[in-house]
Design a protein around this ligand. Structure first.
Ligand SMILES: *Cc1c(COP(=O)(O)O)cnc(C)c1O
Length: 360
């Protein structure tokens, strides 16, 4: 069977090895005579899966015991509101840096629930770069600063993060979590929908500093309170068991790739192959992102005309490349090269891009 060159933006490619293990265990998980999906979420067998996912995640990202790791539902999108609901006190203001549509959406939800303001933005320049964080002015009344670490739609990525004293730094890391080493201690809360780098859709990972838990107001709905899920070890209600099982397998796979060191090296190699092809194309391929803000996860570019872009996309599709069309809001092309996209797919894409340029 021929697997596609999968450049989907999310849900996206999963490691073949993970799919093969899941396939082999599909009907009879670990001698239980049933699929993981059919196990009780209160059973011993499932509990081992749940704990393994949590422990591996903490190990890989070197998360200290000052933090809790939660497996929630509702996607990163629910975090846009859950975050201010839990952590935006009435007398404080949340600060947001706008770097794309996802940060706009996060900001919009915060405004519905309290005071929120934009303290930096690259919106005027069509989100082609990450604003400088050298001279951020944040008052002591700032509840938290929110950033989006990788901008999936525009193809930009933060390569260093603001260093704040006394103000919690919060990041939506949906599209670059586990793609490189990150100093977790710099952050108070990190959230990520799983369907880009971690596993299938359905589970959302939240890393929260324990000291924040004391500040959560009691009046908010039980299910939307981070404290509920901490107390119940993400088993307050039925969790997305199959997604968490695949997440555990993906984490094993990351360990086998040499952990985050190995993954980061591979990701840089993959991204630089494609950026080199773009840079050497004499302006045939134009990158959307400015050089210092380029993402190693989502590579966005256009061709000289819309007609050529469309021609490129349809010919790519015929040749087995999937998901190369840009997001509907900016058009053009986008190659999403998350952890599980093999180097071979990137090499094949570069070959195709070079050939297409020669012909046209
Ligand atoms: C995909 C994505 C989201 C939305 O995630 P859902 O899980 O679909 O809610 C939010 N933020 C970023 C950065 C994303 O890439």
């Amino acid at each position: 069977m021929q697997r596609a060159f999968n450049f989907n933006a999310g849900p996206s490619a999963l490691p073949l090895e993970v799919l093969q293990i899941a396939q082999a265990e599909f009907l009879n998980y670990n001698g239980t005579g049933m699929s993981v999906m059919e196990l009780s979420h209160r059973s011993n067998e499932y509990d081992k899966v749940h704990q393994r996912a949590k422990t591996s995640f903490k190990e890989l990202l070197q998360i200290s015991d000052d933090y809790e790791v939660l497996f929630l539902q509702g996607g990163a999108s629910l975090q846009f509101s859950m975050l201010p609901l839990n952590l935006l006190a009435k007398d404080k203001t949340a600060a947001y840096i706008l770097t794309g549509e996802w940060s706009e959406k996060a900001f919009k939800e915060a405004k519905k629930l309290g005071h929120a303001k934009v303290i930096a933005s690259s919106q005027e320049e069509n989100y082609t770069y990450i604003p400088s964080h050298a001279n951020l002015s944040l008052s002591s009344q700032t509840a938290y600063l929110h950033i989006t670490s990788n901008n999936t739609i525009y193809g930009t990525q933060w390569h260093s993060y603001p260093e704040l004293v006394d103000i919690p730094l919060i990041a939506d890391m949906s599209s670059d979590i586990l793609s490189k080493k990150v100093n977790i201690d710099q952050f108070s809360l990190i959230y990520a929908g799983a369907q880009k780098n971690l596993g299938p859709a359905g589970v959302t990972v939240v890393i929260i500093k324990k000291e924040l838990l004391t500040k959560i107001p009691e009046h908010i709905p039980t299910f939307l309170n981070y404290g509920t899920h901490v107390k119940q070890n993400s088993l307050y209600n039925t969790p997305p068991t199959f997604s968490i099982y695949i997440l555990a397998l993906v984490l094993d796979w990351v360990k086998n790739q040499g952990g985050l060191d190995g993954i980061e090296t591979r990701n840089k190699e993959k991204a630089s192959l494609i950026y080199q092809c773009i840079d050497k194309s004499d302006g045939f391929y134009t990158p959307h992102a400015k050089q210092d803000s380029r993402s190693n996860m989502n590579i966005t570019f256009t061709l000289p005309t819309e007609e050529l872009t469309n021609c490129f996309l349809s010919l790519a599709k015929e040749n087995g490349f999937s998901g190369l069309n840009g997001h509907r809001s900016i058009g053009g092309c986008r190659a999403s090269i998350y952890n599980a996209v093999p180097l071979e797919s990137c090499q094949a894409l570069v070959k195709f891009m070079e050939k297409f340029r020669q012909i046209n």
